[in-house]
Design a protein. Structure first.
Length: 163
C-alpha cells in the first residue's frame, strides 16, 4: 500500500510526539513538495519545522504532476498535490488528510483516506499507544473534533481493550 500524507496529520502527530507510529503502521510515507514547503513556513510550529529540516528516511518527498481539475484547484496546494499523487499512482493507496473539502474531493474520486484520529485509532488497536492520553495531548493543540466523534472513538477503544 502506498501512503500519501497531507500536512495536517504530520503536523499533529509531531506536536503530540507520536510521529514514529507512521512508519510502524505504514512503512514509507510520501508527501508532495507543497506539504514539505507548508511544514517549513514561518507560521509552522518550531518543533515541526525543525523535524522537517531533517526528515527521516521513511519520508519521501514526491513531485506532483500538474492536473487540470477545476474542483482540485479550489483546495490548498498540499491537499491538491497529495490527491494528484494518489491519482497518478493508480495503486492501492491511502491518503492521510484531515481537511474536509480535501476529504470530500478524495471521496468523490474513490480515494481511501484517513485522518489524524483514524491513524491514532489504528495505532491504539495495534498497541502502539494509549488512545485516551494521546487524544488528551491532541486536544491541547488547535485540533478540532466534534464531541460525538470523540465519544464514539473513546468508547470503541474501551470496548476493544475489554476483548
Amino acid at each position: 500500500m502506498v501512503v500519501v500524507a497531507d500536512s495536517s496529520p504530520l503536523n499533529y502527530l509531531l506536536l503530540i510526539d507520536v510521529i514514529q507510529i507512521l512508519p510502524e503502521l505504514f512503512g514509507q510515507i510520501f508527501i508532495p513538495e507543497a506539504v514539505y514547503r507548508e511544514l517549513q513556513r514561518a507560521a509552522t510550529p518550531p518543533k515541526v519545522a525543525d523535524w522537517m529540516s531533517r526528515p527521516p528516511s521513511w519520508l519521501r518527498v514526491e513531485k506532483a504532476s500538474p492536473l487540470c481539475d477545476e474542483e482540485l484547484e479550489k483546495l490548498g496546494a498540499g491537499e491538491r498535490e497529495a490527491i494528484t499523487i494518489v491519482l497518478a499512482l493508480q495503486s492501492d493507496s491511502l491518503l492521510l488528510i484531515d481537511e474536509g473539502r480535501g476529504r470530500r474531493q478524495a471521496d468523490q474520486r474513490q480515494i481511501r483516506f484517513m485522518g489524524t484520529l483514524g491513524v491514532l485509532d489504528k495505532a491504539a488497536a495495534r498497541g502502539l499507544l494509549d488512545l485516551p492520553s494521546t487524544i488528551e495531548r491532541l486536544l491541547q493543540t488547535n485540533f478540532y473534533v466534534t464531541p460525538s466523534l470523540l465519544k464514539t472513538l473513546l468508547e470503541n477503544d474501551a470496548s476493544r481493550k475489554k476483548i
